[in-house]
Ligand binder design. Structure first.
Ligand code: G3P
Ligand code: CA
Length: 323
């Protein structure tokens, strides 16, 4: 099931260059030639899906200064406690640590400068579809439903709300330029089987999943890995592991160690889209992005990749096409 050419997925937009999930970062990703542009999605108090990586607002906006008393007992400021009108008054900014207040990626766009906003999912889709039309080049969308179980505990069915928006904008089938992703396995199955989603679905994995453990000190045996992949294939079209589940290190000769994950996923007709290629946070065993891309694309045979710097794999793939 391997592609000839892997998909370049702009992770939170061109977030290596502009604050994550702002419309500016998405426009830059489109202009750089990303095939797909990612949206992490959470809900506001009035049930509007907005594009935000966390259920919290405090690491990527100035909510703490604007609404100092609106935190919960844990000290965090939840998008679900603010109306869209209130969120529209916030400045979005480069990501900072909620513990230290310092930029997570210090060499990126300066935190707290310029003026950015938190977009709704609908606004972002309109931006991407508008650029698809004005440039003549179609970029797809790659929404992730964030913490659906937590949203349900708070009284909201985020999956249904997001699906309604996707359907409204014409994203319905496996032929449409969309992948819908989620970490919660029961929820992704529900999206397929109960909510009737026909589009391509990607099962994100972390923690105790056999796929996620493919490269740990206690990797699953092949039967366990296959069993999990077979189960995912009942409702999903692909898997999204961390980079380290595919190439956890190098051999004594200096080449990549490659786990069986991609080969076994392809055997179950699942594509593999790992995350996240970041040139300012490289794995400790490789300091050259083109070398790293070559290992994953040419040797491990991934089908797509998430990156904060979409221009880098686009350039890598274009230069390879010219050879
Ligand atoms: O959705 C792929 C990747 O983004 C998963 O990790 O935490 O960045 O959403 P996260
Ligand atoms: Ca994500």
């Amino acid at each position: 099931m391997a592609n000839d050419r892997p998909l370049v997925i702009a992770h939170r937009g061109a977030s290596g260059y502009l604050p994550e999930h702002t419309l500016e970062a998405k426009a830059m990703a489109h202009a750089m030639g990303a095939d797909y542009i990612e949206q992490d999605v959470v809900l506001t108090k009035d049930g509007i899906p907005v594009v935000l990586h966390d259920i919290h607002l405090d690491t990527v906006t100035d909510v703490r200064e604007r609404f100092p008393n609106r935190h919960r007992a844990d000290g965090r400021f939840y998008a679900l406690d603010f109306t869209l009108a209130e969120i529209r008054t916030l400045n979005a900014t480069e990501r900072v640590s909620h513990k230290t207040g310092k930029a997570v990626y210090p060499r990126r766009f300066p935190a707290g400068t310029s003026r950015f906003e938190v977009p709704t999912l609908a606004e972002e889709i309109e931006l991407i579809q508008g650029m698809n039309r004005s440039t003549g080049r179609v970029a797809g969308i790659y929404p992730e439903i964030k913490q659906p179980g937590w949203h349900r505990e708070q009284g909201h069915d985020i999956s249904k709300i997001v699906l309604d928006v996707l359907h409204k904008y014409g994203y319905r089938t496996k032929d449409d330029a969309v992948f819908l992703q989620c970490f919660e396995q029961d929820e992704l199955r529900r999206i397929r089987e109960d909510l009737g989603a026909e589009m391509r679905l990607v099962q994100l994995v972390s923690g105790n999943s056999a796929v996620a453990r493919a490269a740990t000190a206690t990797p699953p045996d092949m039967a366990t890995l296959d069993s999990e992949l077979r189960r995912f294939a009942e409702f999903a079209d692909g898997v999204g592991p961390a980079l380290s589940a595919i190439v956890p290190g190098v051999t004594p000769e200096g080449g990549p160690q490659i786990t069986p994950l991609v080969e076994r996923a392809h055997a179950h007709d699942l594509v593999v889209h790992p995350w996240t290629f970041r040139s300012d946070a490289m794995p400790k065993f490789c300091d050259d992005m083109d070398t790293l891309l070559g290992w994953y694309i040419d040797e491990a045979k991934i089908d797509g990749l998430f990156t904060d710097f979409p221009d880098q794999p686009v350039r890598f793939l274009q230069s390879r096409d010219r050879q």
